[in-house]
Each structure stands twice: as C-alpha cells, then as structure tokens.
Design a protein around this ligand. Structure first.
Ligand code: ZN
Length: 482
C-alpha cells in the first residue's frame, strides 16, 4: 500500500552546485572538467604544509548573485570555517566551508505542481571547496570494491551549498523545486549545471509523520545523488521503506544512507553525524569577508533576466503559458528565441516553428540546438517568408530541413529551388477557370451542397501548380466563382 495514505512526507534538500569560475576557490588551478587525473593541482589545493589560500573574488560574486536570485538576504559580514573530518578525498583533512555566517540566508523560490503554486524556503546558501574524487574499482562503495584511486582535480573547485527548508511534501514537489533551482542557477550564470558531469549534486533528507500530526518524525539522509531522476526514485523508495518500518511498530534510526543506483534502493552507510562532530572553527588563514551594499547592488544589476521574469514577459508578448513554459525550460532555447524575435514580429508563429518544427527536426536527428546550423535570424527569416505568403507552411518544412543540412539562408534556398508560392490572383483565377471547366460534375456537386467537392477542386489547382499555389487564395477564388 502506498505510504501516502497514512503518512505525510517531510523532505529538505541540500544542493551542491559547482560555481562557474575559471579557477578554483583558493588557488589559481583550472576548474575545467575532464582533464587527466591530478593535473589541475598545486600545493594549495593539495593542502601541502605552509601554503595559504587566497579567496577567488569571482566565487563570491557568483554566490551573491545566487543569493539574490533566490530572494535571500546577503550577509554584510561573512566568514569561512574549517569543517574537520577525515576522508581520503580531502587532502587537508578539513574542508574550508562556512558555518555560522553563511553568505546568504532566508530566501525562497516558487514552485508549481499539480497541487498548485507553493513557496519553498531557502534556509541558507554558503560557499565551500569541493573535495577530490574517489574512483572505486568495484561496482559500488558497499560491494566488493577491490580498491580506490583519488583524483584531486576537483579539490578546491568552488561550491555553493543551498539548503532548503523541510518544505517539500512529495517527490513531485522535490522535483519541481530542483528543476526550478537548477534553472535559476543556470540562467544566473552561477553554475553550468551539467548534472551529467556531476557539477550539481544533491543530499536529501526525509522523514514521515502520520497524517495530521505536526510533530516531525526521525529523518534519514541520502547523500550524493546526481540526477533529478535519482532523487525522485530515492525519495519514493525511502518513503516506502520508512512506512514499512513504522507500520511494523519499528523506529526509524537517524542515519546517513546511500542510494544504490544499480539496485534501486537505499542502504545504511553510517550513523548521522552532528555539527559538533566536525569541530568547526573559524578559518585562521582567511580574513572575514565584508560585503558592502554597493557590491551587492552591482551584482544585482549584473544579474540577467531570470526564468520567471522571462516567462511573464513572453506571456505578455502573447504566448500561451504552455509555450512560454516550454521555451524558458531550456536556457539555450530561451536565448535563441529572443534572438530570433529581434527580426520576426510574429511571436506565436515563431514559437511554434521553434518548439514544434525545429525541435522536432533536431530530436529526429539526435542533434542539439547549440550545434544546429540554423541560426536564430535564419529561422526568423523563414517564418517571415511563410507569413508573407511567399512560401506555404508545407514548403517551409522542406526549406527548414535544407537549412539544417546546409546552413543556407531560407531566401537562398527558396530562390535556388524555385519554391516560391503563387499568390498572383489573376494567374490563379485563370487556373481555377481551367479546373472548373474540366470538372463540371464536382462544381455542380458543390453548388448542390457537397462541401467536400471544394477540397477536390482545390487539390486540382494545387496539382496543376505542383503545390505552389497559395491554398488559401485558391479557396477564396473558387468560392467566388462557384
Ligand atoms: Zn591548486
């Protein structure tokens, strides 16, 4: 039986996003993904004795931007602290993080699910350094791993940890929250949000409580989930597991669990650590951070248009909420659309050609918009040709395919392929006369009330012109003559 009949889920999520700086947070090593192991390292990020960190100003800029985009208060005084723990991926045996004075706190973001709109609280957002990466040679960390190697390229990459309030009540809400959060960080330029490269990871905590009870249940935490789908499946599994324990009269143990992607289940990893286990203390090698109102304001001005503002603007231009949603869901698509809009006045037709025709074509070919040969201005030109009646919509689809193949402009293709549509009334009128003379029975049928006969007659004109006649005009002329 589904847990939702008896229990309410209470879920909060910590999101770790790698910030899009060129260099690490405390040294000048590159943050580029995919380099050979241990090539982006130096004495500072390897934690060699005697080295000193230097804070990367751009990381602070991005953290402020993220805080503003998430409606947070930006701290005027912030500082770094050492979080002490031992793990081989952490060369210093402590992580430079932020404890009691995070750079941003008390924010929120808006989500929409089938249950309606809802505001999800952001407790805080703080900066920290990423750890290195352990590569286990077994299947998973818990099964027969023969050994592990460590790559410190990631050690010292700036992270922003965004902590939500335990406001999420279902896997759907968790998904809506993460989708919205990742989109905001992407639009704001805080993170490239390449989940498949691990640049955003999630820790989720979950407890159940009997429906109607205010008191919170004991929670478990699942760490290092790296996709939205893993978060959803993990929450569904863990909620059912906890419900099973509670239904059997058992107690939930507060612990850290791991999500085993292969087996689709959570497994106990260790008892949950408390903040005092980490022996946090202020980082003596870094000065406290003073953030002036002017600094915050300059970051506010530097923020680009965010997804929700963009959605409202597109709806204001005449797009349906659905179309606006499809376009803002993907930053590349949204920027492409805006670029094309500059030279195409017909917002709705442009949206349709972008989200249906062009996207359909790219999907069928397995290509991405970024790699597509059709530039925004060229798509705009194609839509304009159709709206002006120079070519039909059907011809437009053929032209679009040729554009995708060759990168040529639509005007060039239409000219070279002699694809222009016949919209000359006199020329079409003569053709209509010819068709009527050759098909007297169909003409009589139509006059007698058979509406379908008109379609046949239009088809005859289209055939004579090999599809180049303007169908709307042919229709009108035929009706006039009948
Ligand atoms: Zn370094």
């Amino acid at each position: 039986m589904a847990y939702g009949d008896r229990y309410e889920m209470v879920c909060g999520i910590e999101t770790h996003a790698e910030m899009a700086t060129k260099t690490k947070i405390f040294c000048a090593c590159s943050t580029e993904f995919g380099a050979a192991e241990n090539t982006h390292v130096c004495p500072v990020c390897l934690g060699l004795p005697g080295t000193l960190p230097v804070l990367n100003r751009e990381a602070v800029n991005l953290a402020i931007k993220a805080g503003l985009a998430l409606n947070c208060e930006i701290a005027s005084t912030s500082k770094f602290d050492r979080k002490n723990y031992y793990y081989p991926d952490l060369p210093k045996n402590y992580q430079t993080s932020q404890y009691d004075l995070p750079i941003a706190k008390n924010g929120w973001l808006e989500i929409t699910t089938d249950a309606g709109g809802k505001r999800v609280g952001i407790t805080r957002a703080h900066m920290e350094e990423d750890a290195g990466k352990l590569v286990h040679s077994g299947e998973t960390i818990t099964t027969s791993s023969a050994g592990s190697s460590v790559d410190y390229n990631r050690a010292g990459v700036p992270l922003l940890e965004i902590v939500s309030e335990p406001d999420l009540r279902s896997p759907e809400e968790a998904l809506a929250y993460l989708t919205s959060l990742v989109r905001i960080l992407d639009y704001a330029g805080v993170s490239d949000c390449k989940l498949e490269q691990g640049s955003v990871r999630f820790d989720v905590n979950l407890s159940l409580r009997p429906k109607g009870r205010a008191e919170l249940g004991t929670r478990t935490e699942m760490k290092n989930l790296n996709s939205l789908s893993a978060v959803r499946r993990c929450l569904e599994y863990e909620a059912e597991r906890q419900a099973g324990v509670l239904d059997g009269g058992g107690q939930i143990i507060q612990e850290t669990r791991t999500w085993d992607e292969g087996r689709e289940m959570t497994l106990s990893l260790r008892s949950k650590e408390e903040a005092h286990d980490y022996r946090y203390f202020p980082e003596p090698d870094l000065m406290p951070l003073r953030i002036s109102p002017a600094w915050v304001e300059s970051m506010r001005r530097a923020l680009p248009e965010l997804p929700e503002a963009r959605r409202e603007r597109l709806i204001g231009l005449g797009l349906s909420a659905y179309d606006a949603g499809v376009i803002i869901a993907d930053k590349d698509l949204a920027l492409y659309f805006d670029e094309a809009l500059k030279t195409c006045p017909d917002v709705k037709t442009l949206a349709n050609w972008l989200t249906s025709e062009l996207y359909g074509l790219l999907n069928a070919r397995g290509e991405s918009l970024a790699a597509c040969q059709i530039r925004p201005a060229a798509l705009a030109a194609l839509v304009n040709l159709i709206k002006q009646g120079a070519i039909s919509g059907k011809m437009g689809k053929t032209v679009l395919e040729m554009m995708a193949d060759t990168g040529r402009d639509p005007e060039d293709i239409v000219r070279a392929e002699k694809m222009t549509q016949i919209s000359d009334a006199a020329e079409l009128s003569a053709l209509v006369d010819e068709v009527l003379a050759n098909n007297p029975k169909s003409a009589d049928d139509y006059r007698g009330g058979k509406e379908q006969a008109l379609g046949f007659l239009v088809g005859q004109v289209m055939r004579l012109t090999r599809g180049q006649a303007n169908p709307a005009l042919v229709n009108r002329i035929l009706k006039e003559k009948l």
